[in-house]
Design a protein around this ligand. Sequence first.
Ligand SMILES: O=P(O)(O)OC[C@H]1O[C@](O)(COP(=O)(O)O)[C@@H](O)[C@@H]1O
Ligand SMILES: [Mg+2]
Ligand SMILES: [Mg+2]
Length: 331
Amino acid sequence: MTGPSIDTTHIPEGLRPLMQAIARGGAALSGVIRRGDRSMGAEVGTNSDGDGQKRLDLYADALFLDALKGAGLRWFASEERDQPIAMQPGGEFALAIDPLDGSSNIDTNVSIGTIFAIYPAADEAGASFLRPARDMIAGGYIIYGPRCCLLVSFGDGTQFYTLNPDTGGFDLTDARVEMPDCSFEFAINASNYRHWPRPVRAYIDDCLAGAEGPRAKNFNMRWIASLVAEAHRILIRGGIFLYPADGRDGYQNGRLRMLYECAPIAMLIEQAGGRATDGALPILDGRIDSLHGRTPFVFGSAEKVDRVAAYHDLPEAEVSALFGNRGLFRA
Ligand SMILES: O=P(O)(O)OC[C@H]1O[C@](O)(COP(=O)(O)O)[C@@H](O)[C@@H]1O
Ligand SMILES: [Mg+2]
Ligand SMILES: [Mg+2]
């Protein structure tokens, strides 16, 4: 793939070819999404984890695999593939990707995205990916919304780029995003309330109790069902996102994947001044032990994420108390 890509002024030199390839892939995918071929939302298979795959999931996976050829990658791991793929033998980097995040929104023209994490390559694919999340060299996402934007962190702040429709390249919008916290919004799939662990129920109960409850504040709720879109909103105006473990079969570690969903989003959020945990411990302190492994995920404004962790430390009597009696958490 050739053509315009991304303003490289703030991108570390060694990562420029790879970031240019990712940007070209993202711009190309954005064009396909904009054209709106309705067959892209069709269910065409299932991945190794049993998740349904839409035509656009597989199209995006193939598109990025092709776009990243010759960009210094040794290993390519994708949500849509059972095993990593070997790329250039001398490549310096290993890239894990969720090529199309938020697939349930394809048909409805709601924002969807791509998430990626870049690690230093080891001789084996396993050693490249199954390592502490803090080894990540870069984490980022592309959001295909009313505007197409690319956010990336190389470990020194979070950078924000916007696709320029006139040039087809990504222009720098903000070299260092700082997440404000002007929002009392939480994002969680509330239909799973009955399956949540008690500390999560207690936290949400207290938000729902509003001005009359222990938080003494009215909260607002959002659930887009596209992790990238929730992350983008929270980076722009603050708030909190939770996808906890729950009692449903197969949800003992929640729904979201550590390698190519939670770890890169956690890096972007931390680097913008926020916090990202599994409910208690920082995601980036976690160690990935299987390619498609899941983790409970809580991220957003530091104070809100810390408060969720504190609910996990509450004595059982406090967690079970009706919100009005949860004395420790009066605003
Ligand atoms: O349908 P649910 O359970 O609310 O889950 C929504 C979550 O699932 C996801 O769509 C999973 O990602 P994929 O679409 O890449 O499988 C997230 O983007 C989103 O946060
Ligand atoms: Mg996803
Ligand atoms: Mg996906």
